[in-house]
Design a protein around this ligand. Structure first.
Ligand code: PHE
Length: 355
C-alpha cells in the first residue's frame, strides 16, 4: 500500500512554495489530473481486499478533501492579492492640484456658443449640426429660394464646382432641411456653425458663425417666436428688461418675415444693451414658409412654426466689447489671452454665463 501520509507531506512541501495561479493549476493536475498521484491511488482501490479497501477509501477521501481545500483556499488568496495589487498599481491621485499656470483660453466664439446652447437647452431646444460643404439644393432650392435670387450670385456664394451644385453653405438654414428630412415633427433645434460668403471688411469676414433656430409643432405662432427671442436676449445679455422691435422684412424661406432690433445707448463710448433710443439689428426670423415644410416632407396643414438666424460673432462682439471682427480669426495669442475665457469655467444658467 502506498503511504498516504507520505503523499500528503510531499504535497505540502511543494504547496508552500507556490504563489501563482499557474503553478497552483499545475500542482492540481499533478495530483488530481487523469494520471495524477491521488487519482492513481483511487484506481488502485479495486485490487485491494475488502477489509483494507474500506479503511483505505476513507483515508484517501480525507486526503483528497484536505488537498482540494488547500488548493481552493490558496486560489482565492492569490486572486485577492492580485486584485489588491491591481488597485495599488492603477491608483490615480485625484487630489493633485492643477498646474497653476495652465495656459490656453477659450475663444469668445466658443464661449458664446456654449452660453447660447445653455440658454436654449433650458427651454427644450437641442443642438443639431450640418456640414460646411452643402448641396445647392439644401442651401437654396429646398429653402424656397428662386433660381434668379441675388443671394445665389457668384459674388456672394463660394461655389465648389463649375455646375454650381456644391457650395460652402451661406447660412445655417440648410440644417433645417436636413433635420426635418431625417426625423418626424415636432422639431425644436438650434444650429450653431460656420458659414461662408465672399465678403471681407471690418464687420464682415468670409467665414463667420451663425446660429439657426427652428421650432415646428402643432399650433406654433409668431407669439411663441417673440417670447422665445425675448427670453434669449435677456438671458444672453444678462439684463432684466430689453427693448425689442420686429421690423417687416423678406426671406424666401419664411412668411411673414421680420428683422429684430434691440435697443441700446452709448455711455462713455460703451454700448449698453437693453435701453436707450438707438437700435441694433441682430437677427432675421419668421414663420417657416409652407413650401419649405413641403420640401422637407412635413405636413404643412398639421404643423407649422418659426425659424430664426443670427450672427454669433456679432453677438460676441456686442457682449464682450470687441470692435474688430477680423481679430477673431487672426489667431493672435495676445488677443486670445485678453479676450479669451478660463477653460475650466463652463457657462451654465445657474452659476452665471459669464463672470
Ligand atoms: N438665413 C438667414 C440669413 O442668413 C437668417 C434667417 C434664418 C432668417 C431663419 C429667417 C429664418 O440671413
Amino acid at each position: 500500500m502506498s503511504d498516504l501520509n507520505y503523499i500528503k507531506k510531499e504535497f505540502e512541501e511543494k504547496f508552500v512554495k507556490i504563489n501563482s495561479k499557474n503553478d497552483l493549476q499545475n500542482l492540481k493536475s499533478e495530483y488530481f489530473g487523469k494520471n495524477g498521484i491521488v487519482s492513481s491511488e483511487f484506481k488502485k482501490m479495486g485490487s485491494l481486499d475488502e477489509n483494507h479497501r474500506k479503511d483505505f477509501a476513507k483515508k484517501l477521501n480525507l486526503l483528497k478533501d484536505d488537498l482540494t481545500n488547500l488548493i481552493e483556499n490558496k486560489f482565492k488568496l492569490i486572486e485577492k492579492e492580485e486584485i489588491n495589487q491591481k488597485l495599488v498599481d492603477e491608483k490615480i491621485d485625484i487630489t493633485l492640484p492643477i498646474r497653476s499656470q495652465a495656459s490656453g483660453k477659450i475663444h469668445p466664439v466658443s464661449q458664446v456658443i456654449d452660453e447660447i446652447s445653455s440658454i436654449f437647452s433650458e427651454i427644450g431646444f437641442t443642438v443639431a449640426e450640418g456640414p460646411d460643404v452643402e448641396s445647392e439644393y439644401n442651401n437654396f432650392t429646398a429653402l424656397n429660394t428662386p433660381e434668379n435670387h441675388p443671394a445665389r450670385d457668384m459674388h456672394d456664394t463660394f461655389y465648389l464646382d463649375a455646375n454650381k451644385k456644391t457650395l460652402l453653405r451661406t447660412h445655417t438654414s440648410p440644417v433645417q432641411i436636413r433635420t426635418m428630412l431625417n426625423g418626424k415633427p415636432p422639431f425644436k433645434i438650434i444650429v450653431p456653425g460656420r458659414t461662408y460668403r465672399c465678403d471681407s471688411d471690418q464687420t464682415h469676414a468670409p467665414m463667420f458663425h451663425q446660429l439657426e433656430g427652428l421650432h415646428i409643432d402643432k399650433n406654433i405662432t409668431m407669439a411663441h417666436l417673440k417670447g422665445c427671442l425675448n427670453y434669449f436676449i435677456k438671458e444672453f445679455f444678462e439684463v432684466k428688461n430689453i427693448k425689442m422691435r420686429f421690423r417687416p422684412s423678406h426671406f424666401p424661406f419664411t412668411e411673414p418675415s421680420a428683422e429684430v432690433d434691440i435697443g441700446y445707448k452709448l455711455e462713455d463710448n460703451k454700448i449698453v444693451i437693453g435701453e436707450g433710443n438707438k437700435w441694433l439689428e441682430i437677427l432675421g426670423c419668421g414663420m417657416v414658409h409652407p413650401n419649405v415644410l413641403r420640401n422637407a416632407k412635413v405636413n404643412s396643414k398639421q404643423f407649422q412654426g418659426y425659424a430664426f438666424g443670427m450672427g454669433i460673432d456679432r453677438l460676441a462682439m456686442l457682449k464682450y466689447g470687441i470692435n474688430d471682427l477680423r481679430a477673431f480669426f487672426e489667431t493672435d495669442y495676445r488677443w486670445l489671452n485678453h479676450y479669451g475665457f478660463d477653460p475650466l469655467d463652463v457657462p451654465t444658467n445657474y452659476r452665471g454665463l459669464s463672470r
